[in-house]
Design a protein around this ligand. Structure first.
Ligand code: NAP
Length: 311
């Protein structure tokens, strides 16, 4: 299918990730042109800006696709409206506040013949594909995920994270799960979870998770939002060929303590390249696996009260 390029994109939700990653990634990719912004408070100089998607659709500004960069709680309504208007849609992670929402979007995209992409940016970290390849012929005996960051540094003022649907510490933790589900060779399932929920908030500030894969291998995950000092975004896998360690959110690959792969980070250029390919092929990429694990943790997890969190 031939697709006119550049693909004209309207970005919705001009916040941190939109400014840090989406704007530069689009500016660097000749297949895309940012033609409008929808945000209630923020504006991008030199472009038509709108407060709502309704206003954009009524404006007559022509666009082909939407990059949806709002918090997850308002993702579904906006995505559905864009798909029904015949636009291709890129969803920031997590793809929705519920699994059912994403299934609805999948069906709408299919019915309308447009592209829907659930993005998992961490899967595009440079050492993820080499890690998957290295693990593919090893016997795995255990895996550990350690995802510990300081919410005050990385998510200042983001109250939505603490609301229902905001995921709390699973907002970064889901990135770890997106990598683990991409590099580990077998499906895995949650067996138990403890969720530490601040007494003044709705979402966990820390979580301890235990999974088992279909061969009985134990996989643990520790998520912590109160880590000061060194931050860790690490996955370790014990194998018959040695200890694999993916550090820095999937950027560096270590085998038995030796750094074997490191490349400059290019996650969002990778996401946009994939979006262009999907649109050109007339396909969609809808994968909810990481969100399903988070939903399982909320279903099965034991809640423990944690001290109030005040930013
Ligand atoms: P953010 O800085 O809070 O930006 C989100 C923007 O969405 C806001 O600036 C806001 O702009 C708009 N918005 C629309 N409806 C909203 C609502 N009901 N509540 C709050 N904001 C609303 O958040 P972010 O860090 O960019 O995260 C957005 C999404 O990207 C999240 O799903 C997050 O998981 C994902 N993400 C974030 C990062 C990161 O490092 N921060 C990395 C990867 C992915 P207006 O007020 O102008 O409408």
């Amino acid at each position: 299918m031939s697709v006119a390029t550049p693909i004209r994109v309207a970005l919705i939700g001009l916040g941190k990730i939109a400014r840090d990653q989406h704007l530069p990634a689009m500016a660097a990719d000749p297949r895309f042109e940012l033609v409008a912004v929808v945000s209630r408070h923020a504006e991008q100089a030199g472009l038509p800006n709108f407060h709502t998607l309704d206003e954009l659709l009524a404006s007559g500004v022509a666009f082909d696709a939407v990059a949806l960069c709002t918090p997850p709680q308002v993702r579904h309504g906006l995505a559905r409206q864009a798909l029904e208007a015949g636009k291709h849609v890129m969803l920031e992670k997590p793809p929705g506040a519920t699994l059912s929402e994403v299934e609805d979007l999948r069906q709408v995209a299919q019915a309308r013949g447009v592209t829907l992409q659930t993005t998992w940016h961490s899967r595009h970290a440079p050492a993820v594909a080499p890690a998957r390849e290295w693990l593919s012929d090893k016997t795995i005996t255990a895996a550990r995920i350690l995802w510990k960051e300081d919410v005050r540094v990385w998510h200042p003022g983001q109250d939505w994270i603490w609301e229902p649907g905001g995921l709390g510490v699973f907002d970064p933790g889901i990135n770890a799960l997106s990598i683990a589900t991409a590099v580990l060779p077998r499906p895995f399932f949650l067996t138990s979870a403890t969720l530490h929920v601040p007494e003044n908030r709705q979402s966990p500030i820390a979580a301890d998770l235990a999974f088992v894969d279909t061969a009985g291998v134990a996989i643990s995950a520790t998520f912590d939002f109160l880590q000061t000092g060194p931050q860790s975004w690490d996955i370790e896998v014990d194998t018959d060929g040695g200890l694999l360690r993916l550090s820095h959110g999937g950027s560096r690959l270590w085998i038995d303590g030796a750094l074997v792969h490191e490349q400059p980070e290019a996650e969002y250029p990778g996401l946009y390249a994939r979006f262009a390919e999907l649109i050109a092929a007339g396909g969609s990429d809808v994968d909810v696996t990481p969100l399903r694990h988070v939903a399982d943790a909320f279903l099965l997890g034991r809640r423990v009260a944690a001290p109030a969190f005040v930013e």
